[in-house]
Design a protein around this ligand. Structure first.
Ligand SMILES: Nc1ncnc2c1ncn2[C@@H]1O[C@H](COP(=O)(O)OP(=O)(O)OP(=O)(O)O)[C@@H](O)[C@H]1O
Length: 217
């Protein structure tokens, strides 16, 4: 049996004395697309930040392709993220002083594997061919999120996390961006974990899980 792309066992997250969620169990296979929904404040973003090893959890384990993320040092976590993770945020987080191609190429630069042909391929794939020299200020919200999607996948990560990626977009643009995100994740074989309030976005997933204070079902 192949190792699960992502295995979460009995995860419990507290901020100080305050419990956010507990007993979260989750298994995501390579290439699978799951959506996590739940009421505001239930801890969806906190869970995603734990899955990215950007935040610590209080109990339980997160394993990615057999690697127990809880055993990694901060430096090892940073290396793991660079090599294996793509993250798409609601607010795009595109760097304003870099042009579109430089933004998309950043993960490859950090891995010391610059590859302009791969950047051009990703820009074409997300419908931004020919716009590589534009600055982010010269793009629409939908185009900015396409830049973020291209950047998240350019280094062929096996895990793609998306936190409300269509939250800043109108419904029509949101549908187009979700289609690009889903297609690109599928083409690259990445497991996609989407956190969203959007029923339309969640409906695209193979599985929809609801996070509550006492688990994820
Ligand atoms: N750094 C922090 N320190 C303390 N409490 C926090 C911190 N970050 C989040 N929280 C709290 O943890 C709970 C979960 O927040 P989180 O943002 O993960 O929820 P969410 O489900 O993503 O919410 P939303 O759907 O509104 O974005 C909230 O009560 C929030 O106030």
């Amino acid at each position: 049996m192949n190792p699960a792309s992502l295995l979460v066992q009995n995860l419990h997250k507290r901020y100080g004395d305050s419990s956010v969620f507990s007993h979260v169990n989750l298994r995501v296979e390579p290439g699978e697309f799951i959506a996590i929904v739940g009421e505001s404040g239930v801890g969806k973003s906190s869970l995603l930040n734990c899955l990215a090893a950007l935040d610590d959890w209080s109990e339980g384990t997160i394993t990615h392709n057999g690697v127990d993320l809880g055993t990694l040092s901060e430096t090892q976590r940073a290396h793991w993220r660079r090599a294996h993770l793509g993250f798409v945020f609601q607010a795009f987080h595109v760097l304003p002083h870099l042009d579109v191609a430089q933004n998309v190429g950043l993960p490859l630069l950090l891995l010391k594997r610059p590859d302009p042909a791969r950047v051009a391929q990703m820009l074409e794939a997300v419908g931004l061919g020919g716009l590589g020299e534009r600055l982010p200020a010269q793009l629409s919200g939908g185009q900015l999120q396409r830049v973020a999607i291209a950047r998240a996948l350019v280094h062929r990560p096996s895990l793609l996390l998306a936190d409300e990626p269509t939250g800043n977009l109108d419904p029509g643009t949101a549908a187009q961006v979700m289609a690009v995100l889903q297609q690109q994740a599928a083409d690259s074989g990445a497991a996609l974990v989407l956190v969203t309030h959007s029923e339309a976005a969640a409906a695209r997933a193979q599985r929809v899980l609801r996070l509550t204070a006492s688990g994820c079902t």
